[in-house]
Ligand binder design. Structure first.
Ligand code: FAD
Length: 403
């Protein structure tokens, strides 16, 4: 402001695409940018382009509700998400950018004895992976969160599972931090460059066609989240993924009222409070398949009902905005980081509701796969053929849980 906004330097370059790269990453969302960053920083690879059809931050990385956590259960998932949380904890120092990482805690409420048993089991699995977990009784919650509706006869709160190291991160700053870090190490970030086809010769992917011309590459890494089905169809592949809209909502700014993230266990509702004071919340996906980035009214009503069921005071807050993003919903709620049957073509997607928290680990594991051609130890089960083999990572309760 004091400089009159003059003389500000762009945070990353705007290069024209070169005719050829070692690795072309399709999709300049959080995962694509993180992959480029770790390829350069961890594996010393610099001849890389990230191709983004819109602008950096225009996809889900700039649309999510910013929640991070590692409260998964299955061995195919939990070590991966715990690695991600550890990377979040050091991220701002690592890429020297303020991403407002705030470990303000996440609380999953439970509403029945059976649900408590399931949460205890999950907490034990979290301990095994080195994560933190804490069970809270209703009395503890009443003292800490007096505004919740404990008298609700339909879904009485019977306690909750805390992960105190969970919390929120400023989502678009994550894209900018990774973009700046990758650019500084020589990665070309090319915006307004849509991939329209793959150059596949004798079963090997040798490059891509784009709205800015053909680009050759030794390896092509797809990382387009909600557009996964459409982009991989250009390579003749059909994925075990459906695309749905997920909506989010923010209220007018209020005084601090929510200490952390809270999720409702008897319906789809989760809420946190941003540093600007808005209550940021969401719920279930829209029920039909769609590539639209805005949702429909039945889910708005469903989310509002969920909020009122646990936190009736939310009914007094005025809604400021709502928006939507396209979710790449896999059939078992878990993601893919894998090679494809086409030599030189790699795929990362299927993040469902929960890919924001995965951003650092996804970038690290995808970079590992691209650089070494072997999966990272915490991502060995995230394979594309797991449905064919019957080795699902069936964590719908967590992977498909919003946020
Ligand atoms: P994106 O940012 O969508 O990146 C993909 C990019 O690919 C886009 O920029 C797109 O323009 C580009 N692209 C597509 N097609 C092409 C093409 N042909 N050529 C070039 N580029 C292309 N996760 C959490 O962990 N916590 C949350 O609280 C949470 N809340 C959410 C709330 C909402 C409303 C939404 C929509 C999502 C939420 N998620 C959350 C999920 C999370 O945002 C996503 O799983 C994650 O951001 C996906 O990875 P990405 O950042 O790489 O995706």
């Amino acid at each position: 402001g004091l400089t009159g906004n003059k003389g500000w330097k762009p945070v990353w370059r705007e290069p024209d695409p070169k005719p050829e790269y070692d690795i072309v990453i399709i999709g300049g969302g959080g995962h694509g940018l993180a992959t480029a960053y770790y390829l350069a920083r961890e594996f010393g690879m610099r001849n890389i382009a990230v191709l983004e059809k819109g602008w950096i931050g225009s996809g889900n990385i700039g649309r999510n509700t910013t929640i991070i956590r590692s409260n998964y259960m299955l061995p195919g998932n939990e070590p991966f998400y715990e690695m991600s949380l550890k990377l979040w904890e050091g991220l701002e120092q690592d890429f020297n950018y303020n991403a407002m990482v705030s470990q303000r805690s996440i609380l999953n409420l439970f509403h029945s004895d059976a649900q408590r048993d399931a949460f205890v089991r999950r907490a034990n699995a979290m301990f095994l992976a080195g994560a933190d977990a804490e069970l809270a009784t209703t009395d503890q919650l009443r003292a800490e969160l007096p505004f919740l509706d404990y008298e609700n006869a339909r879904f009485p709160i019977k306690g909750g599972l805390f992960q105190r190291r969970g919390g929120t991160v400023r989502h678009d700053a994550v894209a900018w931090g990774y973009a700046r870090g990758a650019d500084a190490r020589g990665v070309d970030i090319i915006q307004n460059c849509e991939v329209t086809g793959f150059d596949i010769e004798n079963g090997k992917c040798r490059g891509v066609q784009t709205s800015r011309g053909a680009i050759r590459a030794r390896k092509v890494a797809v990382c387009v989240a909600g557009s996964s089905g459409r982009v991989m169809a250009q390579a003749g592949m059909r994925l075990p993924i459906e695309s749905h809209v997920l909506q989010a909502f923010v209220t007018e700014g209020l005084k601090p009222v929510l200490p952390g993230v809270i999720t409702f266990g008897a319906g789809h509702f989760y809420v946190s409070q941003s540093d600007k004071g808005g209550l940021v919340f969401g719920g279930d996906i829209d029920g039909y398949n769609s590539y639209a980035q805005r949702g429909n009214l039945p889910v708005v009503e469903d989310v509002a009902e969920g909020g009122m069921a646990i936190m009736p005071m939310i009914g007094r807050a005025r809604l400021l905005r709502s928006w939507g993003g396209i979710m790449d919903m896999s059939m078992d709620g878990s993601p893919f980081i894998d090679k494809t049957d086409i030599d030189g073509l790699y795929f990362n997607g299927g993040w469902c509701y929960g890919g924001f928290k995965a951003t650092p680990a996804s970038g690290m594991c995808y970079a590992h796969l691209l650089a070494r051609d072997t999966p990272h130890p915490v991502a060995t089960q995230m394979r594309l053929d797991r449905f064919k083999r019957g080795n699902l990572i069936d964590e719908k309760g967590q992977g498909n849980q919003p946020n």
